[in-house]
Design a protein around this ligand. Structure first.
Ligand code: TYD
Length: 133
């Protein structure tokens, strides 16, 4: 499986921190129609457990440490997001789970589509049937 990570452009200011940014279509290969973020999560929690039929996303963790588990139905991969400038592109037809390694880690997501519950596949068996049909 090819894991697509990007180094999010970052501008350091001496003694005053860092500003990181990316732009739709230029830095990520899709339009961005929605931003969401998951916060206030206790350590050890696992979320996700789904795939999307159409959606592309970039995931990044501006604070903390989160492991993203990817499964394309054939191969599995694990990606550690523990730096604010690391972005992970997750495209459609990819099962994902997210594990909070550290309490209050923040997972930010920029997504190519508006929220659409019908785009979700929440059963792994159904996911395997969907990608093999
Ligand atoms: P879900 O995508 O299942 O979260 P996770 O993969 O982190 O476990 O979403 C959790 C809930 O939030 C679910 O009821 C759907 C809702 N939701 C929205 O209403 N809008 C959104 O943009 C997203 C991503 C989720």
């Amino acid at each position: 499986m090819t894991v697509k990570t990007i180094s999010i452009k970052s501008i350091e200011t001496q003694g005053m921190g860092t500003l990181s940014f990316f732009e739709a279509e230029k830095d990520v290969g899709f339009p961005i129609r929605r931003i969401y973020y998951i916060h206030g999560v206790p350590e050890g929690i696992q979320r996700g457990g789904h795939a999307h039929k159409k959606l592309s996303q970039i995931l990044f963790c501006p604070y903390g440490s989160i492991t993203i588990l990817l499964d394309d139905g054939t191969e599995k991969a694990s990606v550690l997001l523990d730096k604010p400038d690391k972005g992970l592109i997750v495209e459609h037809n990819m099962w994902r789970d997210m594990i909070w390694n550290q309490a209050n880690s923040v997972l930010c997501v920029a997504a190519s589509e508006y929220y659409d519950p019908s785009d979700y596949i929440r059963s792994h068996d159904e996911f395997l049937r969907y990608i093999n049909k």
